[in-house]
Write a protein that binds this ligand. Structure first.
Ligand SMILES: NC(=O)c1ccc[n+]([C@@H]2O[C@H](COP(=O)([O-])OP(=O)(O)OC[C@H]3O[C@@H](n4cnc5c(N)ncnc54)[C@H](O)[C@@H]3O)[C@@H](O)[C@H]2O)c1
Length: 442
């Protein structure tokens, strides 16, 4: 059977999608793009014998003969590339996050509708075994109608910060606001229940010593308190606290279920606890079920990153392209349902904690209000609607913090790859590249 031909943009995170194509029977990588020279060289070494073209710029890459692109570039720059790709007749798998501004969200929806191409949002945490089992149980009515949920994605991140920001003050990870990276926590609740958010109130953890040490200039965590269309409330928390945790809990009117927390391996890769007995007011444990949900016994698939979920998000995308009716992708509207609460929670923070309405972009008339809404922390995109990274004002972090991080990253990269020439080109701040898309520095 013909394989779907995929181009991957982003040589670091993109490795996961490249690996998917290597073991899955339904897709092949035909092109890889990154402006980071060492990253591209490393890909060449890892893919010897495969018929792959390599590009150091998006303009040439996008002309390659292929069916779909994976966008694993900077988290705040997916939408412009997704729109260009779809307009050229390519299906798109977008890494998190889907857009940077409300304006981009309008344009992204329009591009999907006008081109008819498949857009799949790569919120892999939805496909972790715990939350995916919760989705199945919720659809079966096991816990009834959702009344309350909690979701957390806590990633301390301090030890790996140099290697994922390479000492770049303007890397998006150093420039995002506290509630930006919200879909790993909120996403699985939205995908499990199919309920839409209607309102959000935001909270911002304080900028702390860890942030100042690592160069991350925003509040150390963000919270969205989200009201869903049926009145249920969700607490979604994400960011850098003491200890990593990926955890989901849902209360319905007929039961409760939650993934393992303290004993979980690789986040939600652990037991699921379901309590759906007939005596909801009792204090005992009732008919508590707990078991290890598994999507597959295949060890190669379960070894994939993020509890195997990296495999499934790609699997569903490729199957959707192939016309498989069972394919379970996250489409553009659902992606925005997952992300708008984070984007708008920060507006709530900036506005003293007032609730903010979450719009439904399935309705074209609702979008008009946001067509020129460019508010974000990226000066080149925001124009005169620039907002601070931290609500109390951007912190003054000395250059030495980033110089130190760069040195740590360089040593780490050399030890892992054997590259000893320190011609490190990786930086999000400078590059005059592919004509239409001017590279900019967040
Ligand atoms: N879903 C997950 O579990 C998960 C995990 C890690 C990262 N991510 C996402 O993956 C994406 C990439 O993250 P990352 O960790 O690889 O770090 P990153 O964002 O620093 O890397 C992006 C890569 O894209 C390249 N790039 C950016 N703009 C380019 C352009 N115009 N032309 C050519 N190359 C360009 C950069 O050189 C860099 O190598 C982000 O969106 C991030 O949110 C998701």
């Amino acid at each position: 059977m013909k394989k779907v031909r995929i181009g991957v943009m982003g040589a670091y995170r993109g490795t996961s999608m490249i690996n998917y194509c290597k073991i899955a029977g339904n897709a092949e990588v035909v092109a890889i793009c990154d402006k980071w020279v060492e990253g591209l060289e490393k890909q060449k070494e890892q893919n010897v014998g495969l018929d792959i073209a390599y590009y150091d710029n998006f303009d040439d890459f996008i002309k390659h003969d292929m069916d779909a692109v994976v966008l694993a570039n900077y988290a705040h720059e997916h939408a412009p590339f997704a729109i260009r790709a779809m307009k050229l007749g390519l299906h798109v798998f977008s890494e998190v996050l889907p857009v940077q501004t409300m304006k981009q969200a309008v344009e992204l929806c329009e591009a999907v509708e006008e081109t008819g191409m498949i857009y799949a949002y790569g919120e892999n945490y939805c496909y972790m075994e715990g939350p995916y089992e919760m989705r199945k149980l919720y659809k079966e009515g096991k816990i009834g109608n959702l009344e309350y949920a909690e979701a957390e994605y806590i990633h301390n991140g301090e030890t790996i910060w140099p290697s994922i920001t390479y000492g770049d003050r303007n890397h998006w990870r150093n420039r995002m606001y506290a509630t930006f990276y919200c879909t790993h926590s909120l996403g699985p609740i939205i995908h499990s229940t199919g309920l839409r958010p209607v309102s959000v109130t935001g909270f911002e953890g304080a900028l702390n010593a860890r942030g100042m040490r690592t160069g991350r200039g925003c509040g150390c965590y963000g919270i969205e308190m989200v009201t869903l269309e049926n009145g249920a409330i969700v607490k979604s928390i994400h960011g850098g606290l003491y200890k990593n945790s990926i955890w989901y809990c849902m209360y319905g009117d007929a039961g409760r279920m939650e993934t393992a927390r303290e004993d979980a391996q690789q986040g939600a890769f652990g037991r699921l606890y379901v309590n759906a007995d007939e005596y909801p007011s009792g204090y005992g444990t009732g008919k508590l079920e707990n078991y290890l949900p598994k999507l597959t016994e295949d060890a190669d698939i379960r070894r994939f990153g993020h509890g195997g979920s990296d495999y499934w998000s790609m699997y569903h995308f490729v199957e959707k392209i192939k016309g498989n009716k069972e394919a379970d992708i996250i489409d553009v509207y659902e992606a925005l349902d997952m992300f708008f609460p984070g984007l708008l929670a920060y507006r709530s923070v900036l506005n003293g904690g007032a609730p903010v309405e979450v719009p439904d972009f399935r309705d074209k008339s609702v979008r008009e209000k946001y067509r020129n809404d460019t508010a974000c922390t990226d000066p080149e995109v925001a124009g005169d609607q620039l907002i601070p990274i931290y609500s109390k004002g951007n912190p003054d972090i000395p250059d030495s913090v980033y110089e130190h991080a760069k040195e740590l990253w360089r040593k780490d990269f050399e030890s892992k790859t054997g590259y000893t020439q320190a011609a490190f080109t990786q930086s999000s701040t400078k590059r005059k590249d592919d004509g239409k898309e001017k590279e900019h520095g967040i």
